[in-house]
Design a protein around this ligand. Sequence first.
Ligand code: ATP
Length: 265
Amino acid sequence: MLKLNNINKIFNESTADEKIALDRINLTLNVGDFVTVIGSNGAGKSTMLNMVSGALTPDFGQIYINGEEVTKLPEFKRSKLIGRVFQDPMSGTAPTMTIEENLAIAYSRNKKRSLKIGVDKQRKELFLHSLESLHLNLENRLNAKVGLLSGGERQALSLLMATFTKPSILLLDEHTAALDPSRAELITNLTEKLVKKDNLTTLMVTHNMQQALDLGNRLIMMDKGQIILEVGEEEKKHLTIEKLMQEFQRIRGQKLTSDRALLSS
Ligand SMILES: Nc1ncnc2c1ncn2[C@@H]1O[C@H](COP(=O)(O)OP(=O)(O)OP(=O)(O)O)[C@@H](O)[C@H]1O
C-alpha cells in the first residue's frame, strides 16, 4: 500500500525559475491497485514517481509504504520496496553484463546472500522459466551481453527485473514510449501479465490515453502539480478519451487543442 500525504515540491524556490512541481498531493493506493497517470508536459508526473522512489524528498508532507513512513528513507534503502522501469530501455539494465548477471543482480536485491549448494541451479531454473514467459527467446541467450539486445528486448528484461522480487510498489515511467508500436504493445501486454500475476501495486505514467484507459483499475490526471481528476474502478470501465478531454475542459476551463501530448492515443 502507498500513501502520499500533502506532498509538496517547489524547485528553485524564491528565484525567477521557481516551479511548483507538486502542489500538496494526496494519493492512496491499496494493495493491488494499478493506477495510470496522465497529464500534460511538466504536470509533475515524474516528480511524483521520484518522491515515491526516494530520488527526491518533499518540502513537506509524508510518504508511507505498507503503513511505514519512508519520507526520509534514502533511495538505496527504499529500492528493496520498489521496482521501477524508465522510458529509456538503456537505463534499467547493465549493458556490459550478461542477461544472467543482470537477473542475478535483480534477484539478490531483496535476498540475503546464500552459499547453499543447489541454490545456483535453482536460481538458474527460475531465470530460465521467467525468461521463457517473455516469449522473446531470451532463455537461449543467458550469456549474451544486454547491450546487444534490441530496445524492446531490453525493456522486457527491465520489466522482468523490476518485478522479480515482487516489489511493494511498481513504478512505470512512460516505459513503452520509446518503443515502436508493435514492441510497445508487447511490453504493455507483458506489464499487464506481470502485474496481475503478483497483484502488484502499480503507478504507471503514460502519454498514451488509450493505454491509460486499457490498463489498470484506476486513473488520475495531473496538471500544474495537482491531481485534478481521480477515476475509480467502476467509472474507469466506461471511460473514453472523449470523456477525459471533456473532464479536463470542465475542470480547467480550457481546451486541449494545442496539447496533443496529453491526448495522443
Ligand atoms: N530537478 C529539477 N529542477 C528544476 N525544475 C524541475 C526539476 N525537475 C522537474 N522540474 C520541473 O518541475 C515540473 C514538473 O516536472 P515533471 O518532470 O515532474 O513533469 P512531467 O509531468 O513528468 O512532465 P513530462 O510529461 O514532460 O515528462 C516541470 O516544470 C519541470 O520543468
